[in-house]
Design a protein. Structure first.
Lengths: 251, 247
């Protein structure tokens, strides 16, 4: 479980996160939604320690993560997998080397064991025979899958996904969403997904937090997000013409 | 002024992180040899070509300036050797490497920064600065002095070739000059300088790449800054080492 308590983050004079308090449970796909620039990515990066919050607390189980130094954080980070918006695969390494990378650093497994694990992870994300390819030889969807495979390489307890569907077609987006959801349930991972894609919300949003101007203004799930009366949330959810028409049809 | 001090402070803070114990020595050595190939061995052709031509040009220039019948022609070889050993093969080569290697390092690390590859390493709990920068500094600091020696030999060879082609002095006069009053300390001095310059080039370039921001424009800006600051730093370090070792 991850517990966030009164998290604040400033960039200069601008307050980007305002008193964010929220809990993320194991086995749930917890979504952070909001418009571009609302603070979603800053929140996600503050949760994993890539940004230092100015005040507030981030707890991983009973460990106050944001007060630890780099070396102490390392123990928690070994249990974290993260899928970045642009996949962030290492250009200099093949698919196999990318997935092996955390194993090389943090395990004493033999080469055979590492290769077995690489192949298992690739199979889990429905990719095979791509071991020797470099990231620039893969499509966007394949890169995301390799990113997920790398994120789960060390059996993480926590999985963070930053805009997993950005730049992907609707069909591939759904496949990636389903994959994240399946992996979350299968390994009982605490998953936090940052998105502005409403399809993702409806596919995998076990819990949803809506961020507006750096504030967490609404919490719910995929079942009650469409019927909420929250003004800003409605403007966000029903922003497109298609969504507006669906709403009209629903009465 | 405040910005410059801030930059210098950030540079030393980064170096503190860089010079920590590698997570796994096996991975460090692997990266060390990759970087040796990329930064040192790949520089051999350009250094060789430049050294041969500059050696030849120095010989022609020196010969054309020794018109007096009271000065022996063997001084052409002597002057060429001293110019190459004292300044050209370390400082000039370092300035060339600042352009070639410096831009390579800063753009590579800068691209990794803006595409979140460095964040991905940090997320895994890996000391990215140590993993990415330390092997580069170690490889170039250790092996670039050998490049300097190679440049020195090829420079002298270039001089010999031009002597044979043009006959500005005889080959035996040139050889006599090369052997005249030879001080091996100058080669040592030049190797020490090259080692220090290599440290400056790799660490400064890595610093600018590591702190790149603002997309591809930012990467370009970091490369330019890396080359400019490395080049100026080389001149300052040159002055300091020369004062310490030769005066």
């Amino acid at each position: 479980m991850i517990r966030v308590v009164k998290l604040n983050k400033f960039f200069g004079d601008k307050q980007v996160l305002k008193d964010i308090t929220i809990n993320y449970q194991p086995g749930d796909c917890s979504l952070i939604i909001g418009a571009s620039g609302s603070g979603k990515t800053v929140l996600l990066k503050s949760l994993v320690g890539l940004y230092e919050p100015d005040s507030g607390e981030v707890w991983y189980e009973d460990i106050l993560f944001n007060k630890l130094d780099f070396k102490e954080k390392k123990n928690i980070r070994k249990e974290i997998g993260m899928l970045f918006q642009g996949s962030a695969l290492f250009d200099f390494a093949t698919v196999e080397e990318n997935i092996r990378f955390p194993m090389d650093f943090f395990t004493d497994w033999s080469n055979e064991q590492k290769l077995d694990r690489v192949n298992f992870c690739l199979k889990r994300v429905n990719l095979e025979n791509v071991n020797k390819l470099f990231p620039n030889e893969l499509s966007g969807g394949m890169q995301k899958r390799v990113g997920i495979a790398r994120a789960i390489a060390l059996n993480p307890k926590y999985l963070f996904c930053d805009e997993p569907n950005s730049g992907l077609d609707p069909h591939t987006s759904i496949l990636i969403d389903q994959l994240i959801s399946e992996i979350t349930k299968e390994y009982n991972i605490t998953t936090v997904v940052n998105t502005h894609d409403m399809n993702s919300v409806m596919e995998i949003g076990d819990t949803v937090g809506f961020i507006y101007n750096g504030e967490l203004v609404w919490e719910g799930n995929k079942n009650n997000i469409l019927t909420s009366s929250h003004k800003e949330l409605n403007e966000f959810v029903f922003a497109s013409n298609m969504a507006k028409r669906v709403k009209e049809m629903m009465g | 002024m405040k910005n410059s001090l801030e930059l210098i402070g950030k540079y030393f803070l980064l170096m503190k992180i860089v010079f920590s114990k590698p997570e796994k020595w096996k991975l460090f050595w692997k990266q060390f040899f990759i970087d040796t190939e990329k930064l040192v061995i790949s520089s051999i052709p350009i250094i060789a070509v430049i050294s041969v031509f500059i050696g030849a040009v120095i010989v022609i220039q020196t010969a054309s300036n020794i018109e007096s019948p009271f000065i022996s022609k063997m001084y052409v070889g002597y002057m060429a050797r001293e110019s190459l050993a004292l300044e050209f093969c370390s400082t000039m080569i370092a300035l060339i490497l600042a352009g070639k290697v410096g831009s390579n390092i800063s753009s590579e690390i800068g691209s990794m920064r803006i595409t979140e590859q460095i964040d991905a390493m940090e997320m895994m709990g890996i000391n990215s600065a140590n993993y990415l920068i330390l092997p580069k500094i170690a490889a170039s600091t250790v092996f670039n002095p050998l490049l300097m020696v190679m440049s020195f030999i090829l420079g002298l060879l270039g001089g010999a070739i031009i002597v044979m082609i043009t006959g500005v002095v005889t080959l035996s006069q040139y050889q006599e000059g090369l052997q005249y009053s030879f001080r091996s300390y100058y080669i040592f001095y030049s190797m020490v300088k090259m080692s220090a310059f290599s440290f400056v080039i790799t660490s400064v370039s890595a610093f600018y790449g590591y702190n790149a921001s603002g997309g591809s424009l930012g990467v370009g800006r970091s490369s330019t800054n890396a080359i400019v600051v490395s080049s100026v730093s080389i001149l300052v370090v040159n002055l300091i080492i020369t004062q310490l070792m030769l005066n």
